[in-house]
Design a protein around this ligand. Sequence first.
Ligand SMILES: *[C@@H]1O[C@H](CO)[C@@H](O)[C@H](O)[C@H]1NC(C)=O
Ligand SMILES: *[C@@H]1O[C@H](CO)[C@@H](O)[C@H](O)[C@H]1NC(C)=O
Ligand SMILES: *[C@@H]1O[C@H](CO)[C@@H](O)[C@H](O)[C@H]1NC(C)=O
Ligand SMILES: *[C@@H]1O[C@H](CO)[C@@H](O)[C@H](O)[C@H]1NC(C)=O
Ligand SMILES: *[C@@H]1O[C@H](CO)[C@@H](O)[C@H](O)[C@H]1NC(C)=O
Length: 246
Amino acid sequence: MSKQLFFPILSLALFFICTKTSAQIAPAPPVKVDNITSILEKGGQFTSFIRLLKATQVENQLNNQLSIPNPNDGLTIFAPSDNAFSSLKPGTLNSLSDQEKLQLVQFHILPTLMSTAQFQTATNPLRTQAGDVKSGNFPLNVTAVGNQVNITTGVVNATVANSVYSDRRIAVYQVDQVLLPLQIFGPTPAPAPAPAAPEKDVPVATPKAAAGDANASGAMSLMKLCSNMGFVSFGFAVFGAVFWSL
Ligand SMILES: *[C@@H]1O[C@H](CO)[C@@H](O)[C@H](O)[C@H]1NC(C)=O
Ligand SMILES: *[C@@H]1O[C@H](CO)[C@@H](O)[C@H](O)[C@H]1NC(C)=O
Ligand SMILES: *[C@@H]1O[C@H](CO)[C@@H](O)[C@H](O)[C@H]1NC(C)=O
Ligand SMILES: *[C@@H]1O[C@H](CO)[C@@H](O)[C@H](O)[C@H]1NC(C)=O
Ligand SMILES: *[C@@H]1O[C@H](CO)[C@@H](O)[C@H](O)[C@H]1NC(C)=O
């Protein structure tokens, strides 16, 4: 192939691959059902939740449970969308200890499989993996009418947006809010009056975007990458054509 053609053709090929990738609404690839990450990746908008599942290693625990073909109880997962995470106050996740992050994630998991219909007859508060509701620590209440399911934690009211996945072992629902447990985010009891202490230099908390708050979805970054590449490769095409024909 002549040099005059090589650059433009390569660039055009790249451009078309990218155009195709970002424009096509491809059917989702088959889900490997023993893997919570691939179930959520199929949903396309759970980047932050997946990151939290990994960081807290709850991912491994869920995958272990998913490897049991016929569990007694199954699992229900409320997966907050990336939008839900980006609407948290900045730094919300960063302010949590590792233990609290783990509890936050476990609060989104019920140790039983629940269908939409079962929400209507559920007895509140529901037990989550975060802890014992009897102590009142992690109440999660569900109200359902028909297909509409609302959740309240005492801190946030969320709505179940849709079912992401379900089989006999696991049901995954998308929720529009991060379910903030009362135990961690509730009003703190008034602290005992502190003894007058000499003023100290208290580091000012700078609002940082928490790792889990990132909102760029894979699709968005791919489109961005592709639009850049498309632009660049067009540039190359023009440049190559002009340069090599001189
Ligand atoms: C689960 O799927 C993700 C990608 O979808 C992959 O990176 C990961 O290795 C898989 N984990 C297991 C335990 O198969
Ligand atoms: C769910 O909450 C919405 C408001 O956010 C309300 O309009 C609706 O009636 C509630 N549905 C149920 C079943 O509680
Ligand atoms: C949850 O439901 C229980 C039982 O109905 C109730 O006592 C509790 O106040 C409810 N909590 C919230 C946050 O709605
Ligand atoms: C949640 O809903 C309840 C009753 O529907 C309401 O009293 C409460 O203020 C709501 N809480 C938030 C944080 O919106
Ligand atoms: C992503 O979050 C940043 C700040 O964290 C915000 O400025 C930006 O508008 C958000 N983008 C989207 C698409 O939500």
